[in-house]
Design a protein around this ligand. Sequence first.
Ligand code: LLP
Length: 438
Amino acid sequence: MLLGTQRVNEEGHLEIGGCDAVALAREFGTPLYVMDEALIRANCRAYKRAFAERYPNNEVSYAGKAFLCTAMCALLEEEGMCLDVASAGELHTALRAGFPPERLFLHGNNKSRLELEMAISAGVHRIIVDNEYELEMLIALAERAGRPVDVLFRITPGIDPHTHERIRTGQVDTKFGLEVQNGQAARVIERAVAHPFLRVRGTHFHVGSQLLDLEAHRQAIEIGVDLLAQFRDDIGYIAEEMNIGGGLGIRYLSHHEPPSISEYADMVIGTLKACLQAHNLPAPKLQQEPGRSIVGEAGTTLYTVGAVKEIPGVRTYVTVDGGLSDNPRPALYDARYEVLLANKANRPAERLVTVAGKHCETDTLFPDVTVPDPAPGDLLAVQSTGAYNYAMASNYNRFPHPAVVLVHDGQAEVIVERQTLDDLVSKDVLPRRFARPR
Ligand code: LLP
């Protein structure tokens, strides 16, 4: 499986964005996250085009939680995308990058006062209210600021998408949002609609992530439109906007076949139009927040192979110079990935091995993968690491965060520098009583 601009070059090396992976590793070190700019841009454009053709009254936000840094914000701005941020840190990143606040959406199921204040003073486009506690705080802040805020309400449609349990969010048993089925959503929204310091623009839901079929989204859109009809009928409120979150899956393994962006758009718009017509509702603005399907396949992690341990008759371990700290997804979600040896990319992958990291625990990264005969010094490339890898990296064992490099037309530019060992101690504080000459 080769993704985006990946290809095997004349030297038999993996190439991404016109850059030889072996040369990238030599120049920037490993572990290294490599991001394929052309693929990120192509995905942004595919979303924008697919929805503009079918339903012009729409906005596409990128979900920053998947991967965010200031260069990513600049790229998104160039592509005319909106951006969804879910913390003070993500919001600060966007504002520091000069991203237009009128294209920002603020999320979070337990937003702090600081986060709400930052959002109000920056003038973000929409705040997606999760619960009544947040609503009270927001009203108080809006009154103090003396101007109304534009909000959407997060609802839980009560459906169960088929994906890993830790990335399901649309079901009844979830910490997120206002419940539809027990009437909570209608009650809270009814009250908010009447409030002078709130402009209730509509509803939001997000049912889950890495969805490889369209069923959950289809059901959620039906429930979401039913709810809009209920608001109109019960309280005379007509929502102007409906936000359907993100969730479209990507190819981690070659047999994964996620719907294409245009198949997804066909289903979303087909379902939406049919439901609106059935209820005789005016068409709201459609908003969405894909994350993984914009950046996931655009990321490749490069590691240097170290020790190769063969346990005859049992297993061969290939160890690499990263692990749990740069990719916690195998441990958290049993995530599987495709790997290849970037310096031996044209040789047949005949050896069954298990790739392990270098943390002080059993951090199996990629069990039972096949590679050409592995040796210390080889360069292991892991595909589809663009989403939720750098974003979820930790400093476990005091490993520095790897650098992120953006590749494009044979050029490679660092967009996040590798942390240094001194960065790791830069926030440590030594109480005076421990001080002695060192
Ligand atoms: N909107 C909201 C409100 C979300 O909570 C999410 C993801 C998205 C949009 C973007 O979803 P996407 O298009 O990326 O599926 N760390 C997990 C994924 C957690 C997703 C959380 N919310 C993982 O590594 O699989």
